[in-house]
Every structure is written in structure tokens, then in C-alpha cells.
Write a protein that binds this ligand. Structure first.
Ligand SMILES: *Cc1c(COP(=O)(O)O)cnc(C)c1O
Length: 424
């Protein structure tokens, strides 16, 4: 019966059968993911219960937002989930880049140095730091930056990291996810090793982790292994697909306080910032996040297996362990990238009838094609894909609010690539 339904959507019986046979093999792996989701579900539930979240917490404030019990309690919940002293979780933090910029700009002072020991950070941070000149960058404020690349095998370059740490080094930024690079994503355990190494050399350095796309993929978070701050976006994993905006910073009291004073104003800090009736989606999204993330993770693994079998390069590969929800598939041709993205778009609940096209996006040095038919604009915990139109012609795929939808999207994308004549 399912096969018939899929056929009505244009998925051939052959592609459907291939998918089913792969899923049969993936059963043990999916069972592990379900177990991680179960542990994380209970972790979130415990935090909600321990913080005595009440119906009143779901309401919001207006104006200054003084005594916003829902906002303050939500921040306690985040601190409990991430095992940190404090957290800042706000709709006034507009996106992941903003959350990261806020964490950096509020905890660094002129004369300090920022170190990235894991290579180049996410594209949008280049302008925050001043790697690419930009108005208001850390560089403009007299904050210097140094970077140590990963070794060719993906390992940490401990010798050069030790050399790079000096009397000015105040903050170390560690990106968990590979983002749009080909390096491996860092496991929480590896992040822990790196943090201990750095703290051994300089105990008072602040270790910040860009946690985007990593939340709830493992049972531990970087804050469980020594990170002073973890930072992320609510339109990725922890918003569970329901948060329509927002970012978070969870960490040491002093770090979070600095961020709060920078977000609002010195003297005001966390006391202001009306939540405007948005809190219910933040709470419910966090509650759903462990299972939503698990569904997205299954989708990424399913895609890796399907496209690897068809002969395309996939990062991570079909059997590697996972530490974020991103899947890269290398097609080697523009046609492949476009066909994949067309398939993802066709599978969307919103805007499924439009055809994505490559365009000159600001900030990129080539045309980019994006597939996104999301309830929340730009949300990448929802089924989405994008690919720069340049060698090696890879697409980066992530999300899916339910496993069933992720599966459908991947089969549709596979069929689209097949129909384009790229799979025998
Ligand atoms: C998405 C992402 C960011 C930036 O988040 P935006 O919400 O797009 O501004 C930063 N770092 C990583 C690793 C990301 O995946």
C-alpha cells in the first residue's frame, strides 16, 4: 500500500524498494538513535519539571518585559539541560550568527585575542571577527584573531595550538559542526579533549563552542566536557521546528551576564526583553527537539547510504558516527546539485510547487541553489538543502521535522537525480 502512495508521488517501485532494503539494514543504527532521543527527551522533561514550568510560563510580557516569569524560567530550563550556571534564551537574539557575535563581543575587550584552534570558522563569522573587513567587527574594536588549522587527517594540531596561546588569548572558539567544509564534525568527547589541553596551558581562558546543528545528537553536550559557553540558533535543533526566531547562550554565570548586558544595555542585562507571547513555541520546541533531531539524523544517514550506493561521494559516509545533522553529497556536476535541490523542494509542505534556481547570493563567491519549503522562513531543522554552483558540486542537506518526511524528501531527491539521468 505504501508503495502505491509513493508511486502517486512519482517515486518508482524500484527506488522505493531500494529505500526499504537500505532501511532494513539501518535498523540497529536507528535503534541507537531512538535510545539517544529517549535519554535526551527525559533530560528535557526533567528540566521542565524541576524548574516547575507552569501554564503561566507560557504567556508573555510586553513593553520592558520586567518580571517575565516565563522567560526567566525558560532560561533556567536551558541551564539545567546544558548543565550550566546560567543561560540567555531570547527572541531578541535574531539568529545563530547574532548569538555567536553577542557571546564574542560581550566577553572580549580591546587588546584581547580570540583563537580558533579548529580552522576557519563558519562563513558569517568571518565578518564578525574581521577576517573579512566589516563595520563593527571585533578587529575594529582592537581584538585580534589567530587560527590554527586542523591537521590534514582532521586531528588537532596540538603543537601549534600550544604556540598560539599567549598572554592576550582570552577566548577560544570551537565549532562543533563542520558547517560547509569537508572536515569532520567534532564529537563532544573530542571537544572535551581539546578543552582540557587548552585549559592545562591557560586555565582562565574562556572556551566557547558553536553548538549549531549539534544539540541532542549525542547524550552529552560540550558544556558537559568543560565548555564555558555553548551557543546556538533556535531555528535549528533546539527550537524543535516550532521556535519562529531566537538564539541561546548557555554557560558560566559571568559569561552569560556579559552577553545579557551587551544584548540589552549595561545596567539592564537580563531584566528587560519582553517575550511577546512567543514562549510557548520555545518551550514546546525544546520539548520536541530530541525527537525532531533524531528524525533529522536518521534522514542524514539514510541519504548517505542511498547516495553512496549510487556512487556519489558522501560526507559523513554511510557508516561513520554522527555528531551533527548535516549531510553532504558530492555530485560533481551542476545538474546533480540542481536535480537534488529540485527534489527536496518538491517534497516540501510549503512552496512545493516552485522550482529553485541558482542565484547570486550576497556573501558568496559563486551562485548558490537553495531548496527550502519551510513553515519558519530559513529554518534548517526543517527539510532543506543548498549547494554552491562550483566544484566539487556538493549539496548540503539537513533537517526534516519528522523522520517520515525526511525519508520522503530523500526518496524524492533521489528520484529527481535518477530522472535527470545521473543514476543508472
Ligand atoms: C547555521 C550556523 C551558524 C549561523 O547561524 P545563522 O542562524 O545562519 O546565522 C553558525 N555556525 C554554524 C556551525 C552553523 O551551522
Amino acid at each position: 500500500m505504501l508503495q502505491k502512495i509513493y508511486e502517486n508521488f512519482g517515486i518508482s517501485p524500484e527506488v522505493y524498494a531500494l529505500g526499504e532494503s537500505i532501511l532494513e539494514e539501518l535498523k540497529p543504527r536507528f535503534a541507537e538513535i531512538d535510545q539517544i532521543a529517549e535519554i535526551n527527551q527525559l533530560k528535557v522533561l526533567k528540566a521542565l519539571q524541576d524548574c516547575k514550568v507552569s501554564e503561566a510560563c507560557l504567556l508573555g510580557t510586553t513593553g520592558y518585559g520586567y518580571n517575565d516569569i516565563g522567560r526567566d524560567t525558560l532560561e533556567e530550563v536551558y541551564a539545567k539541560v546544558f548543565h550550566t550556571e546560567d543561560a540567555l534564551v531570547r527572541p531578541q537574539i535574531t539568529c545563530g550568527t547574532h548569538a555567536l557575535a553577542l557571546a564574542l563581543m560581550s566577553n572580549l575587550r580591546p587588546g584581547d585575542e580570540l583563537l580558533s584552534p579548529v580552522g576557519k570558522p563558519y562563513d558569517t563569522l568571518e565578518e564578525v571577527i574581521g577576517i573579512r573587513d566589516s563595520k563593527g567587527s571585533l578587529k575594529e574594536y582592537g581584538i585580534s584573531y589567530s587560527q590554527v588549522d586542523l591537521l590534514p587527517d582532521g586531528g588537532f594540531d596540538y603543537d601549534n595550538i600550544a604556540k598560539a596561546i599567549n598572554e592576550k588569548t582570552k577566548l577560544v572558539t570551537i565549532q562543533r559542526s563542520k558547517g560547509y567544509q569537508t572536515r569532520p564534525t567534532l564529537s563532544v568527547a573530542r571537544i572535551g579533549e581539546l578543552i582540557s589541553f587548552i585549559k592545562n596551558i591557560k586555565p582562565d581562558v574562556i572556551c566557547m563552542v558553536d553548538n549549531c546543528y549539534g544539540e541532542f545528537v549525542e547524550t552529552m553536550e560540550p558544556s558537559d566536557v568543560g565548555a564555558d559557553m555553548v551557543v546556538g540558533s533556535l531555528i535549528k535543533n533546539p527550537g524543535g521546528g516550532l521556535a519562529p526566531i531566537g538564539g541561546y547562550i548557555a554557560g558560566k554565570k559571568e559569561c552569560v551576564e556579559n552577553a545579557a548586558f551587551r544584548l540589552s544595555s549595561p545596567g539592564l542585562g537580563k531584566e528587560v526583553g519582553a517575550s511577546l507571547g512567543i514562549l510557548s513555541s520555545f518551550y514546546q520546541g525544546l520539548f520536541l527537539s530530541p525527537t525532531v533531531t533524531a528524525g533529522a539524523l536518521k534522514g542524514a544517514i539514510f541519504a548517505a547510504n542511498l547516495f553512496e550506493r549510487a556512487g556519489f561521494g558522501v560526507v559523513p559516509n554511510s557508516v561513520e558516527s554522527r555528531h551533527d545533522i548535516i549531510q553532504a553529497v558530492t555530485f560533481g556536476t551542476e545538474k546533480g546539485v540542481v536535480a537534488f535541490c529540485e527534489g527536496i523542494q518538491k517534497a516540501a509542505p510549503i512552496d512545493s510547487f516552485v522550482t529553485p534556481e541558482p542565484w547570486d547570493m550576497p556573501g558568496y563567491d559563486s551562485k548558490v541553489i537553495m531548496a527550502a519549503g519551510a513553515f519558519v522562513s530559513g529554518s534548517s531543522i526543517e527539510l532543506s538543502a543548498d549547494g554552491p554552483i562550483k566544484p566539487p558540486y556538493a549539496v548540503y542537506f539537513q533537517g526534516g521535522l519528522t523522520w517520515q518526511h525526511a525519508k520522503f524528501g530523500i526518496l524524492t531527491a533521489y528520484q529527481s537525480v535518477k530522472n535527470a539521468g545521473l543514476i543508472p
